[in-house]
Design a protein around this ligand. Structure first.
Ligand code: NDP
Length: 480
């Protein structure tokens, strides 16, 4: 017997020969009774889980979050309880529109999803590297994504579809401006910020609720790629961002970010000059300054890409007591659609997978379902209430009421909403070089788009800032 570990089949039977199929004679066909061959082919056919419709291409790492600032007056969440407290995390970064094999250095928002394994259950902050989004009503989300994906006829991404949708959806202007600015292509995942983007809420032990926006600012400094460098790298090293993150962590150069919160008392939302739950808007820093909360460090690479990065399943609905939702309608839709997408993609028991498993005890009454690979609740009761000493609900964790009101209707969200002010503010805070880069990037992307669409979109740039609109019009050779 050799000292090496003997290979087995999936059911543990030793394998005598993994080099030669079972054949009828040395030149004959293979036999159906070669169970090893059948098992290998069948498993291989099933190696892929459905690719995420968005955020398919990702990279991830483990790390730790350390509290540095006191948030306890706003939230009862134990994760914020004590300065110096540490919570393990897993972070997954991603591009949005490209498929699993697509290049990293494309112009696209980046997903920045953090799973905090807190003592009171998982908290997932599932954000992007931009503070706003292209649409504010979830009814438009699938239309938006279709316009950014592949054309139904040509199978290629299509600038005309993209700008047609954007030009007919002026609420996208703020995010479009960020996307085509220098920050549209990060130099690495380590050199970009993350944002929770939505307005969430915090609630404390006194039952007070505060609205909150999260900012995750890189401590490596912002670094971006020019369009030309990004295009070159996409050809030479399509997995550039994955490689950079992995190598930095392997070398002990652990990337770090500072977590900040912008906090607004519940009643103040009613007095805001714009809807503070609108995902296309930021809260100006001057009105709601950043409060430092903690430091996020990534310090361990996954041991297995599929097991950890691909099977990682995030949902903004994962919120421990002290953290809550808000009337942001895009958030409301994501609370439903993210867990639904994971159930479809990796199965109903996805929360029991190692990378998703809470690090605190789980006492739910969910049972059975495909791929139930834990003890399935063992001998415990399967209903509640019960007289069997099973887990019970505890009113001490009760969330204060979320104040909402209004008559049900399909209100026009484009009516009376300023889609131009904040996009213009961003344009004006860029220096001359950045403004020109923004305009050049847009002009490159809009070349070949039907003139009617170009003109409609230039009208939006004009309203944000005349210099913005005139710059793009000049670049495209559009006059009058
Ligand atoms: P501030 O002057 O206080 O903040 C400006 C913000 O702009 C900074 O957070 C800066 O990020 C960010 N920024 C700089 N260059 C770019 C870029 N190319 N793409 C995206 N963001 C960039 O102003 P306000 O808070 O009043 O906001 C003004 C505008 O700044 C907003 O309309 C919005 O477009 C943008 N912004 C605002 C944020 C907010 O939460 N208030 C967050 C991000 C952007 P950094 O500090 O990391 O350099």
């Amino acid at each position: 017997m050799s000292s090496k570990i003997t290979m087995t089949t999936a059911t543990g039977c030793p394998v005598a020969d993994n080099q030669n199929s079972l054949t009828a004679g040395p030149r004959g066909p293979v036999l159906l009774q070669d169970q090893l061959l059948l098992e290998k082919m069948a498993h291989f056919n099933r190696e892929r889980v459905p690719e995420r419709v968005v955020h398919a291409k990702g990279a991830g790492a483990h790390g730790v979050f350390t509290v540095t600032g006191d948030l306890s007056r706003y939230s009862r969440a134990r994760i914020f309880e004590s300065v110096g407290g540490e919570t393990p995390v897993f972070v997954r970064f991603s591009t949005v529109a490209g498929e699993l094999g697509s290049a990293d250095t494309v112009r696209d928002p980046r997903g920045f999803a953090i799973k905090f394994y807190t003592e009171e259950g998982n908290w997932d902050l599932v954000g992007n590297n931009t503070p706003v989004f292209f649409v504010r009503d979830p009814l438009k989300f699938s239309d938006f994504i279709h316009s950014q994906k592949r054309h139904p006829v040509t199978g290629r991404r299509d600038a005309a579809m993209q700008w047609d949708f954007w030009s007919l959806s002026p609420e996208s202007l703020h995010q479009v401006t960020i996307l085509f600015s220098d920050r549209g292509i990060p130099a690495s995942l380590r050199h970009m910020n993350g944002y929770g983007s939505h307005t969430f809420s915090l609630w404390n032990r006194d039952g007070e609720r505060f609205w909150v926006k999260w900012h995750v600012k890189t401590r490596q400094g912002i670094r971006c790629l020019s369009a030309a460098d990004a295009a070159r790298i996409a050809g030479e090293d399509p997995d550039h961002h994955r490689r950079d993150l992995y190598q930095a962590i392997e070398a002990g150069d652990y990337p770090r970010w500072t977590l900040y919160a912008q906090v607004m008392p519940e009643r103040e939302a009613e007095r805001m000059p714009f809807d503070p739950f609108d995902l296309t808007k930021v809260w100006p820093h001057a009105d709601h300054p950043l409060i430092e909360v903690g430091v996020l460090e990534l310090n361990r690479n996954p041991a297995n890409y599929f097991a950890e990065v691909e099977q990682a399943a995030f949902s903004p609905a994962n919120m421990p007591p002290g953290i809550g939702a808000s009337p942001d309608r895009m958030l409301q839709a994501r609370l439903a659609s993210y867990p639904d997408a994971q159930r479809y993609r990796i199965g109903v028991n996805y929360n029991a997978l190692e990378v998703n498993r809470p690090r605190c005890p789980v006492h739910s009454y969910h049972r059975d379902g495909q791929m139930r690979f834990d003890a399935n609740g063992g001998t415990g009761p399967v209903y509640q209430p019960n007289s069997l000493d099973g887990p019970v609900d505890d009113p001490s964790f009760r969330e204060p009421p979320l104040r909402i009101s209004g008559d049900a209707d399909r209100y026009d969200h484009r009516q009376g909403n300023d889609d131009y002010g904040q996009a213009g503010d961003l344009f004006r805070l860029l220096d001359q070089g950045q403004r020109q880069e923004l305009i050049d990037n847009i002009v490159d992307a809009m070349r070949g788009v039907p003139e009617a669409i170009q003109r409609r979109q230039i009208g939006h740039f004009m309203k944000a800032d005349p210099a913005y609109g005139e710059g793009v019009a000049r670049g495209l050779g559009i006059t009058g």
